[in-house]
Unconditional design. Sequence first.
Length: 148
Amino acid sequence: MAKFVYRMQNILDIKLKLETQAQMVFAEANQKYMEEQKILQEYLMRRIGYEKKLKEAMDGTIDVQAVTNARADLNAMKTLVRRQMMEVHKAELQLEDARRALNEVMQERKVQEKLREKAFEQFKRELAMQENKEIDELVSYTFNENKE
């Protein structure tokens, strides 16, 4: 029996490897995004703590030095939060780029797999036609042998 050989199998293999690499890049980008989000959440919690500290310093008898220090700490934390928000946004953009690249590679792989399936179906049809031809030849040979 004939063996099916897909003539563009090496291209399909390359597409599979590219998809695996794109999946790894996507996973790394997702991990980076999650880490940046976690850092942002920690900064936001610290900022809330600094806001409470400033409120407490402003209650009761006011210690100017404590209020100034608390306000400076809060402003520094706000700056850190803004910077971290930019980092989160940058990581989000990288994640979207990785997602887009992964989708493109997956579509290319699916196209190659469909081409392989079509080639296999064509191979099966040709094989069936060849078998029918051989059966017809065998039947016709036996029929002619019986006549003589």
